[in-house]
Design a protein around this ligand. Structure first.
Ligand code: BES
Ligand code: ZN
Length: 611
């Protein structure tokens, strides 16, 4: 029986096999209007109602084959929205199917959608709409059984004045006399609701590989097509490691700057932030990550958000395997070192006994957005990395990874399912010796313990050494009246990730005197760097030292970059810095409409402006 504490649907009585969306995009009203048809099937006997998740949706009517059905929109649950209870025409026997059509419209409160004014786009001429459904925002895009335990196929007809793209395969378009077009889509693999995605805007496409096209506003096309040339190599490396890529196309959509994440693995069409366009291909690991989700997350899906690590921990593990195969082991290990630091920061931010620092937290009554952190990513990665070494290395573990995908493809699983298969595969393939090893694992501490992982993996630090060395040199200069012995050459040969690690290490120390920061900036030109990851770390280092010169840079960056990984720590640190609190709040409030609703809600909490 699927269990999902964050859905109000009767998942144990009825399932959705397919949905068809017919929506019109109304930019003037900032609303999607139309209908969804759900193909439902009873999974127990005598099922007389279906309960769907909705959030701030205006439900207009419910019917089945032209007959009106009674429905009730229940009182809103603060975090999970309003359950929509529909009385079926007659009780269904087990395995019996029915179709239900709901006429509805989205409202301004719907958290999945961001409606951008022309001024908020790159081209400034046309409006733009995009959705972000993970984790539980699909219910504000359409009434549905909004749980990752429920996988369905979907089709859609989207009528819009500008090009529409979705997490599906395009199936033609009909132009209308009034200037709008109906774009048709089909996703014929079963996907969970959180992978339904739509974007509408002034979009162009260009081929970047045999199965890949990049979509962007025309102004960014050149940069995007150049940055993501390695896409096909990532996919092929993933296929060598796991199974053939199963989704037909792998396209990329580069969104406007308010996109709240680095990337989102919407099937057939990954959404990415424009902050990846560094001009040197140094941030494309995010694309490798989203490609890895094609297996881990999109084929093998977590049953509910408590087992989110099965999506993200596995994906980070595969992402680093791809990186290691393409660029060498020292690069993937360096990425693991960086990840471990991020994990430490998440644990410090929550506190090491906080329940959300457990790999498998309890989410009953909780909003998954509040539980989101690097813990499932990096603690999950560290568990898999540890298991790989412990069980005998890649020769043992890579065949297992492939078997895991083959076993669970198309299904939703939890941590117990995962562990049971790990045991049975190891026993069947390698015998009792591996089972004995598995029995030695401290499962409880790994899976339910809070704080940092119980085992300290040793990562190859070849690429980290130079960063540590330079950091020490600055540290020991802190009492000099004039820091000397530094030069632009110190970082000239660094990769951008090495510069990031150097700055992160500096941030761990007592803040440097301001004249040292002046000198560091004069030599390394950090304030003018465009690379978003370096810029972020430089700003954070300066904020920690209450270096007020950087404040205008911080407010400019945080109000033009909606990616939460960047905007949230920037505004949080500014809020804590000397004379920064009012400035942080003012920056956020002035630019509130720039942020996606999900980001705006999180930042408001960070700055003490909401609960
Ligand atoms: N699926 C996530 C993004 C996400 C997670 C959205 C939870 C909403 C709720 C995506 O694959 C991701 O992990 N993105 C990272 C990329 C990074 C780890 C390489 C990001 O956005 O930074
Ligand atoms: Zn991910």
């Amino acid at each position: 029986m699927p269990y999902d504490p964050t859905s109000q649907s009767n998942l144990d009585e009825i399932r959705t096999n397919h949905i068809h969306l017919a929506l019109t995009v109304d930019f003037a009203a900032k609303a999607l209007t139309g209908s969804v048809e759900l193909e439902l099937e009873a999974i127990t006997s005598n099922v007389s109602k279906v309960v769907l998740d909705t959030s701030y949706i205006d439900v207009r009517s419910v019917s089945t084959q032209g007959h009106v059905l009674k429905f009730n929109l229940e009182k809103r649950h603060e975090k999970y929205g309003s359950a929509l209870s529909i009385e079926l025409a007659k009780p269904l026997a087990k395995n019996e199917s029915t179709k239900v059509t709901i006429e509805y419209a989205t409202t301004q409160e719907c958290t999945a959608c961001q409606w951008l004014e022309p001024s908020q786009t790159v081209g400034k001429k046309h409006p733009y709409l995009f959705t972000q459904c993970q984790a539980i925002h699909a219910r504000s895009l359409l009434p549905c059984q909004d749980s990752p335990s429920m996988k369905l196929t979907y089709t859609a007809d989207i009528t819009a004045p500008l090009r529409a793209v979705m997490s599906a395969v395009p199936k033609g378009e009909d132009k209308h006399k009034n200037g709008t077009t109906t774009f048709k889509f089909e996703q014929c693999q079963r996907v969970p609701s959180y992978l339904i995605a739509l974007a509408v805007g002034n979009l162009e496409s260009r081929e970047i590989g045999p199965r890949s096209t990049v979509w962007t506003e025309p102004e960014v096309m050149e940069a995007a097509a150049w940055e993501f040339v390695d896409t096909e190599n990532f996919i092929r490396t993933g296929e060598e490691l796991l199974t053939p890529y199963d989704w037909g196309r792998y396209d990329l959509l580069v969104l406007p700057a308010s996109f709240p994440y680095g990337g989102m693995e919407n099937p057939c069409l990954t959404f990415v932030t424009p902050s990846l366009l560094a001009g040197d291909r140094s941030l494309v690991d995010v694309v490798a990550h989203e490609i890895a989700h094609s297996w881990m997350g999109n084929l093998v899906t977590t049953e509910n958000w408590e087992h989110f690590w099965l999506n993200e921990g596995f994906t980070v593990f595969v992402e680093r395997k791809i990186l290691g195969r393409m660029k060498g082991k020292e690069h993937s290990e360096f990425s693991a070192i960086l990840g471990y630091k991020a994990l430490q920061e998440s644990v410090d931010l929550y506190g090491k006994e906080h329940p959300f620092t457990a790999l498998r937290p309890c989410l009953r009554g909780e909003d998954p957005d509040d539980a989101f952190s690097r813990v499932p990513y990096e603690k999950g990665f560290n568990l898999l990395y540890y298991l790989e070494k412990h069980l005998g290395g890649p020769e043992v573990f890579e065949p297992y990874l492939r078997a895991h995908v083959q076993e669970f493809a198309g299904r939703s699983i939890n941590t117990d399912d995962w562990k049971a298969f790990l045991y049975s595969f190891m026993e069947k393939t390698f015998g009792q010796e591996k089972v004995d090893l598995l029995n030695k694992v401290d499962w409880d501490t790994w899976l339910v313990g809070t704080g940092m992982p119980p085992f300290d993996n040793r990562f190859d630090d070849t690429l980290a050494k130079a960063c540590t060395c330079l950091c020490k040199k600055w540290d020991s200069s802190r009492h000099d009246t004039h820091p000397s012995g530094f030069a632009p050459e110190d970082i000239a040969k660094f990769s951008s990730t090495q510069t990031v690690v150097f700055l992160e290490k500096m941030s761990e120390l007592e803040p440097l005197p301001h004249k040292h920061l002046d000198e560091m900036d004069r030599l390394y030109r950090l304030t003018t760097v465009r690379n978003s990851e370096i810029r972020l770390r430089w700003h954070l280092l300066c904020l920690k030292a209450d270096y007020e010169k950087i404040y205008p840079e911080v407010t400019a960056f945080a109000s033009s970059m909606g990616r939460m990984k960047m905007a949230r720590p920037l505004l949080r640190s500014l809020y804590k810095a000397k004379n920064g609190a009012d400035l942080a709040r003012e920056t956020f409030l002035t630019h509130k409409s720039f942020y996606h609703p999900i980001a705006a809600a999180m930042i408001a909490k960070d700055l003490g402006l909401a609960k």
